[in-house]
Design a protein around this ligand. Sequence first.
Ligand SMILES: C[S@@+](CC[C@H](N)C(=O)[O-])C[C@H]1O[C@@H](n2cnc3c(N)ncnc32)[C@H](O)[C@@H]1O
Length: 293
Amino acid sequence: MNSGTDGDMDSDTANSEMSEYWNDRAGPNWVNFQQQLDGQIRILGEKAMDQAAINAGQQVLDIGCGCGDSALELARRVGAGGAVRGVDLSAPMLDHARQRAGLEPALNLEFEQVDAQTGDFPPAAYDHIFSRFGVMFFDQPVAAFGNMRGALKATGRLSFVCWRALDENPWMSIGIAVALQFVAPPDPIPPGAPGPFALAAPNRAREILEQAGYSDISVAPLDQEIYLSGPGTVAEAAALTCHLGPVARVLADADADTKRAVEEALITTFTPYHDGTGVRMASACWIVSAGTK
Ligand SMILES: C[S@@+](CC[C@H](N)C(=O)[O-])C[C@H]1O[C@@H](n2cnc3c(N)ncnc32)[C@H](O)[C@@H]1O
């Protein structure tokens, strides 16, 4: 199950800042909130998988697999005759993914610590390269997608789901508006910079994929209501919102009293959105698909 080479990765990789972020800061939080996060975005990953037509027997690479939820589902879909390899920068998230995979030993699934931008993938090995929100963090996206393309069979396809713009995603923007009642806005992130919205601009993914040598590119909107922290209470949704994602970035330098005040204000704001199962709000993504040339 575990073919990991964790710790062997060169610390001076092109994405060293992201590596530090996903290993030391965000990664442990993603492990702590894994169930709620999967409850939030699983539906988006599964919609992307449904469109990707991933079939039994296929060899699949899951990029930025994190705590393993999408890789587990991909492995269920390809079955015993296929195989899935999940790669990620984050050692704590990969450890968690391996623990989860251990509960389903029949799956043909392995995880490895690899920077997808620079890692050595076997050439022409995969029928499908998939990612659920794991391809927006490259500092050289054309190089990264080009590196992945070399791992696809001639008939292979890449597909992934990524966020559209913040103002199309009320599940994030509403929380930010609440936080900004308490703290000053952080420095703006330049458009296209590595981060959750790197591929948000309508033509950005297509341009990068064309430059990286892909063909037959499709970029389709997905508008889908999601549960902010999966099924659960308003307080759980507020806590998750303060700990991870764009609101956590806004609160990065806030003191404990301010964070507590924001969390309480979020509970008030989120309460009308609780539908009896969880806090439900609109989200907006792109589902991107491309072939090799
Ligand atoms: C938003 S999280 C998504 C995790 C997972 N796909 C999910 O849906 O739960 C982004 C993931 O991409 C990974 N990542 C970022 N840059 C990467 C890179 N250059 N190579 C491999 N993984 C990377 C992070 O470590 C993190 O696990």
